[in-house]
Design a protein around this ligand. Sequence first.
Ligand SMILES: C[S@@+](CC[C@H](N)C(=O)[O-])C[C@H]1O[C@@H](n2cnc3c(N)ncnc32)[C@H](O)[C@@H]1O
Length: 222
Amino acid sequence: MITSNESLTDDIHRTLLTLYEPLPLGDRLFVRIRLLLSNLYQLERYVPREGKILDIGCGHGVLSNLLAITSPQRQILGIDIDAKKIAAAQRTIGKRSNIQFEVGDAAFLPDSSFHAVTIADVMYLIPPDTQRAILTSIACVLEPNGVLVWKTQTHQPWWKYAITYTQEWLMTKLGPTKGAGLFFMDNEESIQAIRTAGLHPVVVPLPSRRPYSDILFLGCKS
Ligand SMILES: C[S@@+](CC[C@H](N)C(=O)[O-])C[C@H]1O[C@@H](n2cnc3c(N)ncnc32)[C@H](O)[C@@H]1O
């Protein structure tokens, strides 16, 4: 039986896929696979329903679009270093005014302030010292009571981590993901990095039947 929550997610899923209809088949397939393999829907509830949201490393803009369609009161800016992905994401905007995409590097954040910053499956593509510097910059651009929503991968359980690592290695070496290498921090390092940046860390496990060691860190600004 379909519960109302499930049918709501189905509606959102359909709306999201419709946005990608103008794109070539390769991009549409990529987006479908991304949605199948990732827990992006689980992140939405941690993002404020209104205000300015920065989505760092937005790729094709799947999470940015999900946040924009689930609440029109959100103003989303998605940035990514990959100009091709940003061009694809820009083609999903249509007539909507609550979403924008720009080429941009996580190491150089826009000169603006945000009520939330999301960063999903991006940080581990960046060397640890730069990750720490980025967390500090995120803390600076967050409004008081703003929140960092950081999805990444933990080292446990080892077999899920091994699958995650292998897949991401293939995606960066042979596939479409741009990045400086693979630098998964363990949970304690991540929590400490959030704290050092001046945010209050909260760990949210993301259990699922998928073979990935997904985890969510929140960083709350007082
Ligand atoms: C695995 S994809 C995740 C995309 C998107 N966040 C999502 O959840 O669908 C990783 C993305 O991070 C981007 N990326 C890697 N290094 C980056 C950096 N220094 N600044 C901005 N984006 C970066 C890549 O171009 C890629 O689009």
